[in-house]
Design a binder for this molecule. Structure first.
Ligand SMILES: [Mn+2]
Length: 365
């Protein structure tokens, strides 16, 4: 898959791709003189022009996109979900959104490999965090997350969520699924279709079992990629297999290669409305040590980039990237990988959204 013939001069709404974010005027004096030649210094010019100011300055929004709470002016909303009350072992991904925001200031405007310029195709904004007012109550927190994403969905905004542990995908799916169960591309070291654990049905090892039981996912349109690691029960992912999900173990991906697996992704998902869920623990711990349940023998960052780029042409309705746990990270490696893969997700969401608006041709081949 390669992006080609992309008209970046328009976006999915046909309107300007720029979402302005006003900041207070300078109080004058030296600062005013210093910035006198800036044509637009009351907004954040780095969004439109990444070299207008150094990328390490300013507020660390996702990908330096403008922050807004006005969803009427947004096509794709990048949203943090700082909640990790569903982890079964090492916590910390509640700190994920903030660190991914920080590392994402490294990213630039254009995807060199595919030619996609997501900020030009769609109006992209950082729309803040899903507010979780009672983080010690798992199901109440999920209800709050669901309500937040219902507002996003009602506004016609495509969400790109940054977790948070993987339990957050369940309330997001509850908010996004209408009458028809969704298809899903799920990249992870674990199927996350486990059963109850220590008295809870809603931990981060079970969201997709619950989603099938609740009629949110069509298991025959679900493909899970990168599965591996030691288990306590060889039948731990029995639900995935019995329900008809396609499970691509890491060893299968290694043998078959990314392109062959992507062809199967497109066969399984076809043109059904599709959610993408990317767990950072799908990456090998050499690339992503900062996560709760690392498993060796995982994806390289390049394999993950190629997999995500290959999702162009799908009928995507949203995506998440979860389980970045900064307390276990080293030198920001995991958050940096997460930020780069968030950019790949944004590119594919923007391209697919623009294709739906018939601004660009779908790029599957
Ligand atoms: Mn997971």
């Amino acid at each position: 898959m390669t992006g080609k013939k992309i008209d970046n001069s328009k976006n999915a709404s046909g309107k300007s791709a720029s979402v302005k974010h006003d900041v207070p005027q300078s109080t004058g004096g030296a600062a005013q003189t210093e910035y006198a030649n800036y044509p637009d210094y009351t907004s954040y010019p780095e969004f439109a022009d990444p070299i207008a100011r150094p990328r390490y300055t300013g507020l660390a929004t996702f990908l330096r996109a403008p922050y807004t709470t006005d969803l009427s002016d947004v096509d794709i909303g990048i949203v943090g979900v700082p909640f990790d009350g569903g982890v079964t072992n090492r916590p910390g991904s509640r700190h994920g959104p903030r660190e991914v925001r920080n590392q994402s200031s490294l990213l630039r405007l254009h995807n060199q490999a595919t030619g996609v310029s997501p900020h030009s195709l769609c109006r992209v904004a950082d729309i803040g965090d899903a507010w979780v007012p009672s983080p010690f109550e798992l199901e109440a927190s999920h209800a709050c997350i669901e309500e937040y994403f219902q507002r996003i969905n009602a506004a016609g905004v495509i969400p790109l969520a940054i977790g948070g542990d993987h339990s957050i995908s369940l309330p997001i799916l509850r908010a996004l699924t209408d009458d028809v169960p969704l298809a899903m591309v799920h990249i992870d070291a674990h199927c996350d279709t486990g059963d109850d654990y220590m008295g809870s049905k809603f931990h981060h090892g079970a969201p997709f079992r619950r989603a099938v039981e609740e009629g949110l996912l069509d298991p025959k349109r679900v493909i899970q990629i990168g599965i591996r690691g030691s288990v306590n029960d060889l039948d731990v992912w029995k639900f995935s297999h019995d329900s008809g999900m396609r499970v691509i173990y890491m060893e299968d991906l290694h043998k078959r290669g990314v392109e062959d697996v992507l062809a199967e992704v497109h066969r399984v998902v076809a043109d059904y409305p599709c959610y993408i869920s990317f767990d950072i623990d799908s990456l090998d711990p050499v690339y992503a040590p900062g996560t709760g349940t690392p498993e060796i023998g995982g994806l390289s960052t390049l394999q993950a980039q190629l997999l995500l780029r290959g999702l162009a042409g799908l009928n995507t309705v949203g995506a998440d990237l979860v389980e970045v746990a900064p307390p276990f990270d080293h030198a920001g490696l995991t958050a940096m990988a997460g930020a780069n893969l968030m950019f790949e997700l944004l590119c594919v969401l923007a391209l697919n959204q623009a294709a739906k608006s018939q601004l660009v041709a779908p790029t599957t081949e």
